[in-house]
Design a protein. Structure first.
Length: 165
C-alpha cells in the first residue's frame, strides 16, 4: 500500500503504484524495465520460499503507541530481515528510503569502492541522515516509544523480539 502525503493519495496494487509514481514524480510513462511481467509472481514466491517464509506468518506482537521508523533501501538484505520481522509482528512503521546515490557506494558501508571518507550529496536524504548519525548505514530503526535508535539487523531483530514479540 502506498500513502502519498504530498497528494493525499492512498493506493493498492503494485502495477498501479508504479504507474502513479512515474506519472506523478517523473512526468513520464513507466519504463519497460518496471512493467509487470507474467513470471514475476513466480519469482516472488521463490524468493519467499528461499527466505524460509519470513515475513509471511503473522505473530502479532505488542502494539506500540507510535509507529516505529525504519531507514532502509530495497536492495539491502539486512534491511529485508528487519522488514520481515516488522511484518511478522504486525508492527506499524514508517519506511524512510535511503537509496545509494552513486555506483561507487556499492558494497557494505566500510568497503565502498570509492576510497576516502564518505561524503553524501549535499542537501539529500543521505546527507541529513549523515549529519544526524555521523554515518550512513542501514538498517537503522528508531522507536519513538522507548527512545531507542539501533543500527545492525541482528541487534534490531533482538530488540523487536524482546520489546514487541
Amino acid at each position: 500500500m502506498l500513502v502519498d502525503r504530498n497528494t493525499e493519495t492512498v493506493m493498492y496494487e503494485s502495477e498501479a503504484i508504479i504507474e502513479y509514481l512515474f506519472r506523478q514524480y517523473a512526468q513520464r510513462p513507466v519504463p519497460g524495465y518496471y512493467r509487470e511481467r507474467v513470471w514475476q509472481p513466480v519469482l516472488g514466491s521463490m524468493a519467499s520460499v528461499a527466505s524460509a517464509m519470513r515475513g509471511l506468518r503473522a505473530n502479532t506482537g505488542k502494539r506500540p503507541e507510535q509507529p516505529l521508523h525504519l531507514w532502509s533501501f530495497e536492495g539491502s538484505p539486512f534491511s529485508r530481515l528487519v522488514r520481515e520481522k516488522l511484518c511478522e509482528l504486525e508492527l506499524p512503521y514508517t519506511l524512510h528510503n535511503l537509496g545509494k546515490e552513486h555506483w561507487t557506494e556499492i558494497g557494505p558501508a566500510k568497503q565502498r569502492l570509492k576510497p576516502g571518507p564518505y561524503k553524501p550529496i549535499a542537501g539529500g536524504k543521505r546527507d541529513a541522515f549523515f549529519k544526524a548519525h555521523g554515518r550512513v548505514q542501514v538498517p537503522y530503526l528508531e522507536d519513538p516509544n522507548t527512545g531507542e535508535g539501533l543500527f545492525e539487523s541482528a541487534r534490531i531483530l533482538d530488540y523487536l523480539t524482546a520489546q514487541y514479540g
